[in-house]
Design a protein around this ligand. Structure first.
Ligand SMILES: Nc1ncnc2c1ncn2[C@@H]1O[C@H](COP(=O)(O)OP(=O)(O)O)[C@@H](O)[C@H]1O
Ligand SMILES: [Mg+2]
Length: 242
């Protein structure tokens, strides 16, 4: 269906956390793909669906090893794994050096993601800028979303980034005590470069629960409640844009 790219300009604002929370509540079937060239985190953060561990060696790397002669959407599921909650993930590289051998893959991978017939793909692309070759994947995205913290230093860098990299939406990891005003502040600074500025709660408890066994407490967390609203908005925008 659609490829949705999530990325940051600088630092570690919470791209992987946002991608995981969004995938957990996405209103349509979804594959969470770790495309951060600096290395994936999910295999170390989340249990597998059967309570065991995720195999960090199965994912982008095994796909890359078999896809040299062409990459079809149907090949993807041979390299995905089910994690807690039944969510399908494509685990990323385990360290940055491995990504150096995969620079050829980002374009074909983006085309395969966009052509998956029965699911959206949420791609966690980590930080923009450090790996320009990721542009080949981002070019295939129906929607590009930047994650930022609300602090001025983060937002100022993001504004510079948006002047050179096109994005459809910005998501502010916002303190629940000043949720709306934080989002409005960011909108004032970057609004001329991007159509939508949304929020996702800054919620350390929720972020911690997201790393364990998913259940009712996580479901009631501010992180997941705001992720649900955000997922609804983003998926509607993606559909509207197509
Ligand atoms: N919405 C959030 N609320 C509170 N803490 C968060 C949130 N998102 C991320 N964090 C915390 O910030 C750190 C970095 O998060 P991560 O998702 O790995 O960022 P990134 O993928 O941008 O490097 C982690 O310790 C994580 O628990
Ligand atoms: Mg990350």
């Amino acid at each position: 269906m659609a490829l949705i790219v999530l990325a940051a300009d600088k630092g570690a604002p919470g791209v992987t956390t946002a991608a995981t929370a969004l995938a957990a509540v996405w209103p349509r079937p979804v594959l969470l793909a770790e495309c951060d060239p600096a290395g994936g985190d999910l295999a170390y953060r989340l249990p597998a669906a059967d309570g065991g561990v995720i195999n960090p060696g199965r994912g982008l790397l095994t796909l890359g090893a078999t896809a040299r002669r062409g990459l079809e959407p149907a090949q993807l599921h041979e390299h995905t794994q089910k994690i807690v909650g039944g969510l399908d993930i494509l685990a990323g590289v385990t360290h940055g050096e491995q990504a150096a051998g995969l620079t050829w893959m980002w374009g074909p991978l983006g085309r395969a993601f966009a052509a998956v017939p029965n699911a959206d793909v949420l791609a966690d692309c980590g930080r923009m800028g450090a790996h320009p070759e990721l542009g080949d994947l981002i070019a295939e995205a129906a929607h590009t979303v930047f994650i930022t913290r609300a602090s001025l230093d983060h937002v100022a860098h993001l504004r510079e980034r948006l002047a050179i990299s096109k994005a459809d939406a910005v998501v502010v990891i916002a303190d629940p005590r000043q949720y709306k005003s934080s989002i409005d502040d960011v909108r004032r600074i970057v609004g001329q470069h991007v159509a939508h500025v949304h929020g996702l709660a800054y919620d350390p408890k929720g972020a911690e629960l997201l790393r364990g066994q998913w259940g009712g407490r996580l479901d009631r967390s501010l992180l997941i409640r705001t992720a649900r609203e955000l997922a609804g908005r983003l998926s509607a925008q993606v559909r509207g844009a197509r």
